[in-house]
Design a protein around this ligand. Structure first.
Ligand code: NAD
Ligand code: UDP
Length: 309
């Protein structure tokens, strides 16, 4: 039985990963400081004798014997990571150093949840892993973008200098049940606004694009990556790209709401376009997202409906 540490395990993606790895017969240690994570996400796992919850902040060192580490701890929505930008940067940088030291001590494999944000406002479209990005180092998103970029650097240096078995995935916008309702991300905002009959808030003119991946697909990719022999970064996301305005219209149609679209100012440094090139994941991991947007939205809307009722 493998002992697997999942940092950020009580968050949106982490909670799905905990469930999946427990179901596969592993001993799962979920570590979280509950900044954006919620007990609700992992409550049904607590009675499982192979599940352990550790309340801890990864900016402090920790000593737990483990075989694998999935490092997901980090607030992921812009309002949450901008709430305390210094802490966000510490979580990415000091946090990954602590996890790399732990991996070295127990000769464990370590996977880092990096992000499409390392490409910034990309000049290459769709984004391939070989693109180095176009990132503002001093803007309001930099605590997250540069923190994640620095974590990628540290991981690469620990791999080269200390021979660690490391993995980096660059996650593109992901959605599904267990998203935090107040995290301010576009999927949770639009669905909740639609369900409550409130105005749908499109930032800017809505011409910016994103590509949304359903969480089950992402989890498959994460697990395949950990089991692979790849050490270079791999994009994981759904390449179906749409404008935010089209996404707002889709949510209106999907929920049958009477909500109207209103326009609000575009936050600074908001990337104008984003779409993963997933050739590497397709060819090297034999991974491709399978869940279409209607199927994914059905489950996500049902989750949010239950939350507000
Ligand atoms: P989330 O906010 O739901 O989960 C993050 C978890 O990390 C939370 O449970 C939070 O409490 C915990 N955490 C934060 N700081 C911590 C610290 N210092 N010590 C311990 N725990 C801490 O976000 P998510 O969407 O589940 O994202 C998980 C990971 O995936 C993050 O690293 C994020 O950067 C990355 N990612 C997510 C997306 C996405 O679309 N959801 C896209 C790209 C990358
Ligand atoms: N957005 C929006 N309305 C909202 C929330 C977000 O128009 O209520 C836009 C946001 O400006 C961005 C896109 O939707 O262009 C995706 O935002 P999100 O915060 O979900 O993730 P990002 O990809 O920006 O990290």
């Amino acid at each position: 039985m493998k002992r697997i540490l999942i940092t950020g395990g009580a968050g949106f993606i982490g909670s799905h990963l905990c469930k999946r790895l427990l179901n596969e017969g592993n001993y799962v240690i979920c570590l979280d400081n509950f900044f954006t994570g919620r007990k609700r996400n992992i409550e049904n796992l607590l009675p499982n004798p192979n599940f352990e919850l550790v309340e801890h902040d990864i900016i402090e060192p920790i000593d737990i014997r483990v075989d694998e580490i999935y490092n997901l701890a980090c607030p992921a929505s812009p309002p949450h990571y901008q709430y305390d930008p210094i802490k966000t940067m510490k979580t990415s940088v000091i946090g990954i150093i602590n996890m790399l030291e732990l991996a070295e001590k127990y000769n464990a494999k370590i996977l880092q949840a990096s992000t499409s944000e390392v490409y910034g406002d990309p000049k290459v479209h769709p984004q391939t892993e070989t693109y180095w990005g176009n990132v503002n180092p001093i803007g309001i998103r930099s605590c997250y973008d540069e923190g994640k970029r620095c974590a990628e650097t540290l991981i690469s240096d620990y791999r080269r200098q200390k021979n660690l078995n490391t993995k980096i995935i660059r996650i593109f916008n992901t959605y599904g049940p267990n998203m935090t309702p107040d995290d301010g991300r576009v999927v949770s905002n639009f669905i909740l606004q639609a369900l409550k009959g409130e105005d749908i808030t499109v930032y800017g003119d809505g011409s910016q694009t994103r590509s949304f991946c359903y969480v089950d697909d992402l989890i498959d990719g994460i697990v395949k990556m950990m089991d692979s022999n790849l050490s270079e970064p791999v994009n994981l996301g759904n390449p179906t790209e749409r404008t935010i305005l089209d996404f707002a219209k889709l949510i209106i149609e999907f929920t049958g709401t009477k909500s109207k679209i209103i326009y609000k100012p575009l936050p600074s440094d908001d990337p104008t376009k984003r779409r993963p090139d997933i050739t590497l994941a397709q060819t090297k991991l034999n991974w491709t997202p399978k869940v279409d947007i209607n199927e994914g939205l059905k489950k996500t809307v049902a989750y949010f409906k239950e939350l507000i009722n």
